[in-house]
Ligand binder design. Structure first.
Ligand code: TEU
Ligand code: CA
Length: 592
């Protein structure tokens, strides 16, 4: 059959489906008006997708050098498929000196040597596609590496054609106006460069010079590079730190109103959204792909990226919930009193309602910048590892927004909790450690806090098997493996029908089979309950009730709903509760 013939066969079917789905969503519209979050979004594959994030350095090492690689991922394609996920987000795999593990790119069109070759990449991409799994790449274009050819040339002379690919402050004008840096020991985002007698800007480490988006030639280079990957057939991008890309190049003094919250100022660049619209017009709109923005900022700022009328990006992830519960003005220091659960729920309520009106959000409890979700939001003691891991999965996969799962969370991996600073690799941790040290601060207290919050907790290698190399490597792993791999690993959980892993698989299947969990209205119930997160998901006259006890003591959900005829869809205990009385970390989804 020719391409033309097969298209002609598919069109009538597609039309029928289209008419049917319009009818359905009209009906959805009718029920939706009864509730506060009027959810009647257009259907899109990326709204329905369950995303699995792979940190390639830590997933699977194929050649014994202790570093995960593309061939390693290729050997686990069937495993990824078995999870029931639809999309994979790969952290950066481009050439990089790895000052920030791939977030410092020296060549956007080459694969990092340790990870493999472009041929490996092509095999990986087609392997995922054969299994109906889409692939998102990380697009890191707020900055590159100081080893990128552009920067090497730029820093050699003010006459370099690449000089204006970066931001410079000429030394003859004196010291540059203060800019805060996230990964700089002195906290200073300007670094002096002798050959040009000028300072370059780096919001992150000095090895990560910021690219000058105000320069149209630079933007065209980026678009060209994006087309290179899109033409290979990738399915979308996660846009790293994208909110920071536009800068006010008059470099006014940092506005006092943002004191201590410079990130919010950085996320307010004057031409940010013009650039997003240009990128959409010139690149993204020409492909059937989706995007997710790492969007710093408040609701108003974040919505601008995803309001479909603006034609920018598709989904955003926000930070307010994930950064909750730390002491103010300190780097990720957990509040010893714990976090205010009722307030945390209200943060989700605020964002979920905002995304019900405009655009589309994401739900995640961990990623490569976060500790393990089990330790931070659940309970990693042996007694509660199982129940609380399953509880958190139930949460992610029943909230409204595209669900993101971080590799290893499907088996309940937990923080490694390093004792010594020498065990850490992460530039963010090492920078903050140096800052505390320089100020004569309490290093012991700092390291205690980091056992809960540091990024390396989420970067230890995947636990495939019980033996010391965890089935991850036959060599010395680049970051220590959590010794609990002896009991927490894929091999043993795969065989156990009641394992965390198999619960995850049931949960992804449930999300697929119940459109309420994707498109349904979301309503928070029993708002002030200090233990239970309770909400409904309703669509087309059907209503699901999700009850999640986030605490180690039993708790009762007072939703006011009649549960007498409730039907159990899933629960994380062997005999799940159907009456609203929940055991420690118990979670259930009921159909009303
Ligand atoms: O993170 C952006 C960012 O602003 C980080 O400061 C992040 O919020 C922080 O690490 C949380 O602890 C992105 C990437 O996700 C991160 O891995 C990179 O290090 C960073 O950009 C620089 O590229
Ligand atoms: Ca390797």
């Amino acid at each position: 059959m020719s391409m033309y013939q097969s298209i002609m066969r598919v069109i009538p079917l597609a039309l029928l489906l289209f008419i049917f789905s319009c009818k359905q969503s009209n009906e959805a519209g009718k029920t939706a008006t009864q509730t506060s979050t009027t959810a009647n979004p257009d259907k899109e594959w990326w709204k329905e997708a369950v995303v699995y994030q792979i940190y390639p350095r830590s997933f699977k090492d194929s050649n014994g050098d202790g570093v995960g690689d593309l061939k390693g991922i290729i050997s686990k394609l069937d495993y990824v498929k078995s999870l029931g996920v639809d999309m994979v987000w790969l952290n950066p795999i481009y050439a990089s000196p790895n000052k920030d593990n791939g977030y410092d790119i020296s060549d956007y069109q080459q694969i990092m040597k340790e990870f493999g070759t472009m041929q490996d990449f092509d095999t990986l991409l087609s392997g995922f596609h054969q299994r109906d799994i889409k692939v998102f790449m990380d697009l890191v274009v707020n900055h590159c590496s100081d080893q990128h050819e552009w920067f090497k040339s730029a820093r050699s002379s003010r006459q370099s054609p690449y000089y204006n690919y970066f931001h410079w402050w000429p030394a003859e004008k004196g010291k540059p106006p203060y800019r805060w840096s996230i990964f700089d020991e002195k906290g200073d985002a300007w670094e002096y460069n002798k050959a040009t007698d000028s300072y370059y800007l780096h919001y992150f480490a000095d090895a990560q010079p910021d690219l000058n988006w105000e320069n149209p030639a630079l933007r065209q280079e980026i678009y060209k590079m994006m087309r290179f990957w899109l033409d290979k057939g990738i399915d979308g991008f996660r846009l790293d730190a994208i909110a920071f890309c536009s800068k006010d190049t008059l470099w006014p003094p940092l506005p006092a109103e943002y004191d201590g919250n410079w990130g919010m100022y950085y996320a307010s660049g004057p031409h940010l959204h013009e650039y997003m619209q240009e990128m959409n017009r010139e690149v993204l709109s020409k492909y059937d792909v989706a995007t997710v923005a790492e969007a710093m900022g408040d609701v108003e700022r974040v919505m601008k990226f995803v309001d479909p009328a603006r034609k920018e990006l598709d989904m955003a992830y926000y930070f307010e919930a994930i950064d909750f519960g730390y002491l103010p003005k300190e780097y990720k220091m957990p509040d010893p009193k714990g976090y205010d659960f009722v307030k945390w729920k209200k943060i989700y309520e605020k964002w979920t309602e905002a995304f019900a009106k405009t655009g589309w959000g994401t739900i995640y409890l961990a990623n490569h910048d976060q500790p393990r979700m089990l330790t931070r939001w659940g309970n990693d003691s042996p007694e509660f590892r199982d129940a609380s891991s399953k509880l958190l999965q139930t949460f992610i996969l029943s909230m409204r927004g595209t669900a993101f799962t971080y590799f290893g969370d499907e088996i309940g991996m937990s923080n490694i909790k390093f004792e010594r600073v020498e065990d850490y690799n992460d530039i963010e941790l090492l920078t903050n450690y140096a800052q505390v040290k320089a100020k004569g601060g309490n290093l012991k207290r700092f390291l205690e806090g980091m056992k809960i919050s540091s990024r390396d907790n989420g970067r230890t290698p995947m636990q495939w098997e019980g033996e010391p190399g965890a089935g991850f490597t036959t060599g010395k792993p680049w970051l220590k493996i959590n010794p609990n791999t002896a009991t927490v690993n894929v091999e043993s959980q795969d065989k156990d029908p009641n394992s965390i892993l198999n619960y995850f698989r049931k949960m992804t299947a449930l999300r697929k089979s119940r459109p309420e969990l994707v498109y349904g209205d979301w309503d928070l119930l029993d708002d002030e309950n200090p233990s239970v997160f309770a909400y409904t998901r309703s669509l087309n006259g059907k209503k699901l009730l999700v009850l999640l006890n986030f605490k180690a003591e039993p708790a009762t959900a007072n939703t006011g709903l009649d549960l007498s005829k409730a039907k159990l869809l899933i629960g994380n205990y062997e005999t799940p509760s159907v009456d609203g009385k929940l055991r420690a970390y118990e979670g259930v989804i009921l159909e009303l």
